[in-house]
Design a protein. Structure first.
Lengths: 458, 272
């Protein structure tokens, strides 16, 4: 879509001749009379732009940029650049080597040199030709560019975990909703048939009332105490720090390893909760709410640069009625995985249990559950056709919600953030999931937010 | 995980921090963190710990030590510690770490200290202080922040506009609206974004009417179609009938393509 789609031709049902004082009620009534059962607007974008024949006119391609070209960002960008519905026109990374590598991939794919590299996402967002951006940055950089892109009206495919803190995630949700942009989180497990089917079984009560959901995540590891090092040429380290506290450069702080340091992320707990707690919430139907009490215990490294918990155990209590399949309430338990607490998500109900994980792991106490089909009166979950990133591209065109909406990402990662806060305070915390604050606990409330370094705000 | 700390161990752990610099053994930090955690886990001794942390600010300690102390004071500090943190706000090198402590503190003295520092702080620290006041929702700071909307430094001006949006309320809306025509051209869009924030702050409470006024005004007057789309979306939440009418108008009129598409999608959503 190098050019925005032109307004569609009018139809008999369109309100182009509607009187100015028409009310919503009378309009709906009138439209229903003209085209009962049909959509008012045939489609938001002409079907020819959907690229169903495998060829897409350049003017109908979704013009995208990628912000953040580390390993994950480059992987995401490779997927988009191969898609004939997309034209990647710009890349951005504070490490010049990263965007240069990305540009080589884009240029070789397109056989041109047109793709432009940037070191500052704000300059990239000034381009007027963009429809969407793919964002894959360290967690402490998730909120600022996403909110800036939302203000520009750009749709976003953005990496998990949603945000560094709960208030930042909330601000991101608000911005996406305020400006009406399409959002897809990179929580791709939702687009996997195995996970979706399992969640459908849970949501439709096949396990009976659920009382416990056990989530297994990787174990972290400590590091050495690394010395200060010279900043490599081409790496804008001050920009990399951005809103995070000032700190001397050392290689093991940046790029992939940021996630083990609490100034920038939350360790394995946040890195993986964004996947498996998302599945837990999907199955339980708790994507718009949260727990009411949290108890966490963690082992934090005593030595070295990386300071996120390496081993952890968190219990999160949900109130009765928070989940449609847990009338008496239920508990999510998150733990670093062991032989008897494997990776993935285990739903435990009154009639049986189900364990879901990657590599199509699907084990259950209920025989034949994996082959079971939904009945006519049962509720299916959202199915993304053509894969996770394709679902995003489809929704960019249709303006519909994606399979991984921002509020789901927010409520998934909140579980890890709450766990980290409880672990750091070394006590139970009571949470108000509606107000998103602690209950009569100002000390814990202060742990929710972090002042940003001079020059940055959300 | 909890070992009760004695008074003597607190002193020892904190004293070891005074000369701490990055690259030294991190055990110095974890030992001090353990003392703070012992206090927060039981609620006992946080006052004592806060006093010890202030002592770290008063001594000839390293930057890394002061930064550690401020991060901990963010959780355990109270009004009694604010005076010791205040001087750090006036030093360009330490202004940020002072905000780490003061911004989340839920006492009035922290807010007053940030506000009082706004004029005296070095120019490079002002945007940060304004951001902190905005995050705190400091209504009493609206006037002082509003005066910075036309600051020569665009970072400060932008921070001021955003902070007013974050604070919201009648006074902030009045100052933002009054500047809508006079503000520098490059600040027009941030100002409209701030007004959108204010309008959303009114949603759901007794002053929904104020939200309707702001959304309506932005929809009519903004030159930015993204702001118009956001205003339309907001209007549908504030007053669905008026929002409906605006959406129909957007489809009828020769609006920007993106506004037309957004209006159609919203209408379709309502009908579905």
């Amino acid at each position: 879509m190098a050019e925005k789609p032109a307004p569609e031709p009018t139809t008999a049902a369109e309100p182009t001749t509607a009187p100015r004082n028409i009310t919503r009620r009378s309009f709906i009534k009138s439209a229903a009379g003209v085209a009962a059962g049909a959509t008012l607007f045939p489609s938001i974008v002409p079907a020819s732009a959907l690229g169903l024949g495998g060829t897409v006119a350049p003017s109908n391609r979704i013009v995208m940029a990628s912000i953040g070209l580390g390993s994950q960002g480059t992987g995401n960008m490779r997927g988009f650049v191969r898609n004939k519905q997309v034209q990647i026109v710009a890349l951005c990374d504070v490490d010049q080597g990263n965007w240069e590598n990305g540009k080589t991939i884009v240029d070789e794919t397109y056989g041109s040199k047109d793709c432009v590299g940037y070191g500052d996402f704000r300059e990239l967002l000034e381009r007027s030709d963009l429809d969407a951006v793919s964002i894959a940055l360290p967690d402490h950089w998730h909120s600022i560019p996403a909110i800036a892109a939302a203000k520009k009206g750009l749709d976003m495919y953005a990496e998990k975990p949603l945000a560094l803190t709960i208030p930042e995630g909330s601000a991101m949700c608000d911005a996406v909703n305020r400006y009406g942009v399409v959002w897809q989180t990179g929580s791709w497990q939702r687009s996997n048939d195995n996970f979706r089917h399992g969640c459908e079984m849970v949501r439709n009560g096949r396990l009976g009332a659920i009382h416990t959901v056990k989530v297994g995540l990787p174990t972290g590891k400590p590091s050495a105490a690394f010395p200060e090092m010279p900043v490599p040429n081409g790496f804008d380290y001050d920009f990399w720090l951005g809103p995070a506290p000032e700190a001397p450069y050392t290689a093991q702080r940046c790029h992939w390893n940021f996630r083990w340091i609490l100034d920038y992320s939350g360790g394995q707990l946040t890195d993986w909760a964004a996947h498996h707690c998302d599945i837990a919430n999907w199955g339980m139907g708790t994507e718009s709410t949260g727990p009411v009490a949290v108890r966490g215990k963690g082992d934090f490294p005593k030595e070295g640069l990386w300071n996120a918990a390496t081993q952890y155990y968190v219990e999160l209590d949900y109130a009765p009625g928070a989940s449609p399949v847990a009338p008496k309430g239920f508990q999510i338990q998150i733990k670093n995985s062991t032989d008897d607490w494997p990776m993935g998500v285990r739903f435990e109900g009154e009639d049986g249990w189900l364990h879901l994980s990657r590599n199509n792991t699907y084990t259950s106490s209920i025989e034949g559950l994996q082959d079971s089909k939904l009945g006519l009166n049962e509720t299916p979950l959202y199915r993304s056709n053509g894969g996770h990133s394709q679902n995003f591209l489809d929704c960019v065109r249709t303006r519909k919600a994606t399979i991984a909406p921002i509020h789901a990402a927010h409520h998934a990662i909140n579980l890890a953030h709450l766990g980290n806060i409880s672990m750091q305070l070394e006590r139970e915390i009571k949470w108000d999931p509606e107000a998103e604050c602690f209950v009569n606990d100002p000390e814990a409330d202060r742990k929710l937010t972090r002042a940003m370094r001079q020059g940055w705000h959300v | 995980m909890n070992d009760s700390a004695t008074s003597s161990s607190i002193n020892e752990a904190f004293r070891a921090l005074v000369s701490y610099e990055f690259g030294q053994s991190h055990e110095i930090i974890t030992a001090a963190e353990k003392v703070v955690k012992a206090a927060t886990s039981t609620g006992n001794g946080t006052r004592d710990v806060a006093e010890q942390l202030v002592w770290l600010l008063d001594t000839e300690s390293t930057f890394d030590c002061k930064q550690f102390a401020c991060k901990q004071l963010a959780v355990v500090g109270g009004p009694d510690e604010v005076s010791a943190i205040a001087p750090l706000l006036l030093d360009a090198e330490t202004a940020d770490i002072a905000r780490y402590a003061l911004e989340p503190m839920d006492n009035e003295k922290a807010g007053k200290t940030l506000l009082n520092a706004l004029d005296d702080a070095p120019p490079s620290a002002r945007a940060g202080i304004i951001n902190s006041l905005g995050r705190r929702g400091a209504e009493r700071a609206v006037g002082a922040i509003a005066r910075r909307m036309d600051d020569a430094d665009p970072v400060v001006a932008s921070a001021a506009i955003h902070a007013l949006g974050a604070i919201g309320g009648k006074k902030a809306v009045k100052r933002l609206s009054a500047s809508n025509k006079s503000v520098a051209a490059e600040m027009r869009r941030p100002l409209e974004d701030a007004l959108l924030l204010c309008a959303h702050g009114y949603l759901g409470d007794d002053e929904n009417r104020r939200a309707t006024e702001i959304f309506g005004s932005l929809f009519e007057d903004s030159k930015h179609e993204r702001v118009q789309i956001a205003a339309l979306r907001g209007m549908l939440k504030a007053d669905s009938e008026q929002g409906w009418l605006l959406a129909v108008r957007a489809v009828e009129a020769d609006s920007a393509p993106s506004l037309t598409i957004a209006a159609k999608a919203l209408l379709q959503e309502l009908i579905d």
